[in-house]
Design a binder for this molecule. Structure first.
Ligand code: FES
Ligand SMILES: [Fe+2]
Length: 432
């Protein structure tokens, strides 16, 4: 059980708070590259700061204050030009570096005054990688955006899915080191929701947690498996500071503010060998709804939606002074302790865990990956269609089982990439 003070320190993300400062040492995914190609401005709220993300006509990405420093108009209604973002109110033009490039009437009235050199807009760094746009809100020098190993993989269909979740980010990240929930929240609850009989999915017999350079791994032995299986020998990753990595996909829990979180999913599906070479020109993105409009209840049909139901159910900010933690929560306890230590070290001027600064290392950052060979080299169609190991997640998925609401054009592009017929049966096998 935590004290109120500890709970606050784990959850507050504003500038100047220990966790807010810790999080500002890492790049955060905030949009898809294709999203800005579709529409060049996007209002963004990140760690309690209201901002606008844009791509100007020269291809520069900017992330600047939502409010124009002149008289505070909302710059997400501005328009992009050859260089910079133009405010729609009086036409001041802002560069991605924060410089003011033009102040039309001021320059007419007092051409020699150069008032524009004396005003700046708050501006943050943005970088594109793996189809995502990443923002860095911390002090210079900015570290590198990590090139996680799956970002270098070929012959895969990648899609990016966003959902806005009305609760604090940290309870979502605690789920990244909680193997036992998969058995109940996903397997057994899905059975119950589908009216299945009394039989249960394989139970967890043993769980293990270990810290590594970029986070923690969690490992498990399920009924019918042993310590020789990759779920135990390799495990899955709770990636520092706000991500779950399961081998085939990442889920970032990006803090919007203390009460809201942007879930950013990046999903890689390897094409079968007979579809190689496969190259994706544009990584699609979509927004997944979380509430059923008819019933006004949370959607429960898909894996991550089930996670969302658990997280919002814990309250806007989970009250950790009221918990009763057991053996299954050993990983959660380890992570809380480590991240609070990290946050304190940041406040003393230290560098937190896993910040990437070595370009050589960052060419490809290896992670623990169950079934690496399957993702890298692929397999024949026959093998891809049957789970090759006793591990969920390693097969040719017929349908996208993680989140509800996949647009038809994304589904169709996926099926074309995989060489699947236009329609198909639902074969769910999520990775936990
Ligand atoms: S408020 Fe933006 S130019 Fe006046
Ligand atoms: Fe889950």
């Amino acid at each position: 059980m935590l004290s109120e003070d500890q709970n606050r320190r784990l959850t507050e993300v504003g500038a100047g708070t220990p966790m807010g400062e810790l999080l500002r040492r890492y790049w955060m995914p905030i949009a898809a590259v294709a999203e800005l190609d579709d529409k060049p401005t996007k209002p963004v709220r990140l760690m309690g700061e209201d901002l606008v993300l844009y791509k100007d006509r020269s291809g520069n990405y900017g992330l600047v204050d939502r409010h124009c420093p002149h008289r505070r108009a909302d710059l997400s209604y501005g328009w992009v030009e050859e260089c910079g973002l133009r405010c729609h109110y009086h036409g001041w033009l802002w560069e991605h570096t924060g410089r003011c490039l033009q102040q039309p009437f001021e320059e007419t009235a007092h051409p020699a005054a150069r008032f524009k050199d004396r005003v700046r807009i708050k501006a943050y760094a943005v970088e594109a990688k793996a189809g995502l746009l990443w923002a860095y809100l911390g002090p210079p020098p900015a570290p590198l955006v990590p090139t996680w190993e799956p970002f270098t993989w070929k012959n895969g269909f990648v899609q990016i899915v966003f959902s806005e979740i009305p609760c604090n980010w940290f309870q979502c990240q605690e789920n990244s080191i909680d193997p036992v929930h998969f058995e109940w929240l996903h397997s057994n609850w899905s059975r119950a929701l589908n009216g299945a009989g009394a039989d249960r999915s394989p139970a967890h017999l043993k769980v293990g947690f270990e810290e590594f350079e970029y986070g923690f791994t969690y490992r498990r032995v399920l009924e019918g498996q042993s310590e020789q299986d990759e779920l135990w020998t390799v495990g899955r990753c709770c990636l520092w500071p706000n991500c779950l990595f399961t081998g085939g996909h990442f889920e970032w829990r990006v803090p919007i503010d203390d009460a809201n979180m942007l879930s950013v999913g990046w999903f890689f599906d390897r094409v079968p060998n007979d579809m190689e070479p496969y190259r994706q020109d544009r990584i699609p993105y979509w927004y997944s709804p979380i509430k059923d409009a008819l019933t006004d209840r949370w959607i429960t049909s898909h894996v991550m939606n089930q996670d969302f139901v658990a997280w919002v159910g814990q309250g806007t900010v989970a009250d950790r002074t009221q918990e009763h933690l057991g053996e299954s929560d050993r990983g959660v306890i380890m992570m809380r302790k480590r991240i609070l230590e990290d946050a304190e070290s940041v406040m003393r001027g230290g560098e937190p865990k896993g910040v990437m600064r070595d370009p050589e290392k960052n060419r490809c950052v290896r992670l623990p990956i169950i079934g690496r060979d399957f993702f890298v080299n692929g397999s024949s169609r026959v093998e891809s269609e049957t789970s090759r190991q006793r591990t969920p997640g390693l097969l040719l998925r017929q349908e996208f089982s993680f989140l509800t609401g996949q647009p038809e054009e994304v589904r169709a592009a996926y099926r074309r990439a995989m060489g699947l017929p236009e329609t198909g049966v639902d074969a769910r096998s999520p990775a936990s």
